[in-house]
Design a protein around this ligand. Structure first.
Ligand code: FPP
Ligand code: MG
Ligand code: MG
Length: 386
């Protein structure tokens, strides 16, 4: 079996776990304020792809069989990890006669039953939920920044509730993610995930204020791609890489630095590939299939990998890049040049090189169904159409 692994559906391996994930995320997002409660839970109504939680759960399993090298490892106490979070009693303060928790107390996170995988620790399940919370918070903010109209085939939160509520709901998600994170009682993991939040903002700032392109007619240079990849790491791969590292740190592999590093390298490379494919799909897939506007990047003035590769071939693109495709007909012209160039093919090849590196990083892990699941996630990333 080691030489010819049977392909497994990574989704199936953690399907049972994922069933509890949305429920737990929703319970983490309960608020005594009914409107905040609604907005905060809005993106949990439509099923996301759960890429980040899936990777955390698979990484937790794949590193579970790496024996700890010291006798000191003991998982944190479950009482704090699984403690319920009470909704804010905002209304009770104004109206003492009302039930202090009029919207019902929140329940403790539920754990899959006895038949579930014992190799995933409660702290690792909570980490999977935290990654999805941080990701969803970033989407709430991103849709405001991008003036997005739709997400997951429904009106985006900024459209459904307005910018102010969408931003505040994102902040609320970050707050609740921070509570859940603190309850893991693991300073290293807290530091990693707090850094992710800062990285998301740094990546978004790099995209907003593209110093490499903030001139009238920038020249293409190898730094152009460097800048884009750095931004891509911060905006997308940081969450995936650092949560994969955190998953390893929460389990018995925490004292095996090579395993913790391999988890990080896997996450970093699959994360970079994930965003490269995302940037490619923006050119190749219809909005209907994506569930969000297609061709949005050029409209937003963004030069992503397909265009940067095309620019290397067609230096006249510099003029359009410099004015952020804001001139009449710029978006259409840039799109045509990209589609006629090798940009999309080169983007795919670069993404493939990253997933190959991700798979390479797994070589130090013992063979397991979860390890195969991590390999198959790479294929899923390359084949995805949304
Ligand atoms: C989606 O990118 C957005 C991100 C990957 C990160 C956005 C980060 C921020 C808005 C920074 C603030 C976030 C927090 C949590 C403080 P996209 O716009 O390229 O993708 P899309 O097509 O899905 O909208
Ligand atoms: Mg966006
Ligand atoms: Mg964006």
């Amino acid at each position: 079996q080691q030489n010819s692994p049977i392909p497994v559906d990574p989704l199936k391996i953690v399907a049972k776990e994922l069933k509890f994930l949305t429920k737990n995320i929703r319970s983490l997002l309960g608020s005594g304020h009914p409107m905040l409660d609604t907005v905060a839970k809005y993106y949990t109504q439509s099923e996301g792809k759960y890429v980040r939680p899936m990777l955390v759960l698979l990484m937790s399993r794949a590193t579970a069989c790496i024996p700890t090298t010291t006798a000191s490892y003991s998982p944190p106490p479950q009482e704090t990890i699984n403690a319920p979070i009470s909704p804010a009693k905002v209304l009770a303060d104004n109206n003492p006669s009302q039930d202090p928790e009029p919207f019902g107390p929140l329940t403790s996170p539920s754990t899959p039953d006895d038949t579930s995988d014992p190799s995933i620790l409660p702290s690792q399940r909570r980490l999977a939920e935290i990654t999805e919370l941080i990701h969803t918070a970033s989407l709430l903010h991103d849709d405001v920044i991008d003036h997005s109209l739709s997400r997951r085939s429904s009106p985006s939160a900024n459209i459904a509730f307005g910018n102010k509520m969408a931003v505040l709901a994102g902040d609320f998600l970050l707050g609740r993610a921070s509570v859940a994170l603190a309850r893991l009682r693991d300073p290293q993991v807290i530091e990693l995930l707090a850094t992710v939040i800062a990285n998301l903002v740094e990546g978004e700032f790099m995209q907003l204020k593209n110093t490499a392109h903030d001139e009238k007619c920038p020249e293409w240079s190898p730094d152009t791609m460097e800048y884009y990849l750095q931004k891509t790491y911060l905006k997308s791969a940081s969450l995936i890489s650092k949560s994969c590292r955190a998953a390893a740190l929460l389990g018995p592999a925490r004292d095996t630095p090579e395993a913790v590093e391999a988890a990080y390298v896997y996450g970093k490379n699959i994360g970079l590939a994930f965003q490269l494919v995302d940037d490619m799909l923006d050119y190749t897939i219809s909005g209907a299939e994506l569930g969000k506007p297609a061709g949005a990047d050029l409209e937003l003035g963004l030069a992503t990998a397909p265009l940067l590769f095309a620019w290397e071939e067609e230096r006249e693109l510099g003029k359009l890049v410099g004015r952020k495709f804001a001139g009449k007909g710029d978006v259409q012209k840039a799109r045509e040049i990209v589609l006629a160039s090798r940009g999309l093919e080169q983007t795919r090849a670069l993404a493939q090189a990253y997933v190959d590196r991700a798979i390479g990083a797994l070589s130090i892990f013992p063979e397991s169904e979860a390890k195969q699941g991590l390999v198959d996630m790479c294929e899923k990333v390359m084949k995805r159409r949304k």
